[in-house]
Design a protein around this ligand. Sequence first.
Ligand code: AMP
Length: 425
Amino acid sequence: MNVLLVGAGGREHALAWALSASPLLTKLFCAPGNPGIAEVAQCVALDPANHELIIEYCRDERIDLVVIGPEAPLVAGLGDALGESGIRYFGPTKAAAKLEGSKGFTKDLCRKANIPTAAYGRFMDRDAAMTYLTAQPLPVVVKADGLAAGKGVVIATTRQEAEAAVDACLSGAFGAAGAEVVIEEFLEGEEASFFALCDGVTALPLASAQDHKRVGDGDTGPNTGGMGAYSPAPIMTPQMTNRVMREIINPTVKAMADRGAPFKGVLFAGLMITDAGPKLIEYNVRFGDPETQVLMMRLKSDLLAALLATADGVLSNFDLRWSDDTALTIVMAANGYPGTPVKGTEIKGLDAAKQTPGVEIFHAGTRRDGARLLADGGRVLNVTARGRTVAEARDAAYAAIARIDWPGGFYRKDIGWRALERSKT
Ligand code: AMP
């Protein structure tokens, strides 16, 4: 089979790495890809926003499956365009991608289907939003309704902060994404990421993961796209997994099918595990980044077969096997991230680092300049390791980092601390 993967980040490198090991694969293409992906796939300079060009390429190269990595092309309807041209793809339609594309849509769906989530109100009108705010306890969470590249969420600890967040949203700080604002109850507990493949009717749980969103050690400083992750998440016991499937994932799949927008692809639930049980914080309609990097390190089954079964709607006959090992990934970011990252600094020592037993290094934001490898984004490398325990995986990942010579980058020194503490008790 010929497969075209769409995307250019560390998530796509991890997916490409897993897909390239499939016995079903003839040739893997990636649009646009990156230098790491180029080691396992043929990278093609196609813009995912240009649906016609992607369709033409699929026809020319006889692509049997398109795997869409990031949310933007999904929300823009790349899947629908492929489907209308008779090209098989992995990912939701535009209508189903609303689960990520509109927080208000998801909140309303939860309310109707009785799915546990934070209490909320959604507003386009400033006065109505402010009136609602005055009755809410602090802290309170203010979110832009649409896609805001992870930047549209404010956890306000004062009324002024909450009001400023509402104003920022409604006055266009996030463009069209902020035309509507969602105000939410603050949930207390431990966060976990949970993934399930869905074929429109059946949902199959994948492994769980936890990530570190803050830029600094001790989970301090501004939010980022994720500075590291590990799988499994110790808090996601088999009982908790069953509960999440029963109370959150399965009712969502059913509600989407009932609305005539069946969800196909991977559903990524951001959860808060509260004293009252699991609650949905938000959905993403694609694989997590950097969570995918750790999931792929633990997946024993053929990823391509699983994605095909999802696209073909035959997941009910499917099963997945996972390694009992722990996988852990550390994000190396360019100095300046999550503000303006410094681009173009040289990275050396990757070949030596890759020799560390149990380690894979996924490229997230790099480019080649002749033989030199340069940083080309905020999050640049994902140094990922597998071990029998979280401590073993962490030690291997940090041993690999010690071999990387990149003064232009930084990383957190405490990835996995929560899981490590749990493993000691
Ligand atoms: P989101 O973009 O919706 O995932 O929000 C980003 C982060 O904000 C989440 O990962 C949580 O850490 C935090 N967050 C969002 N909503 C809530 C909430 N209702 N209660 C507590 N924390 C939240």
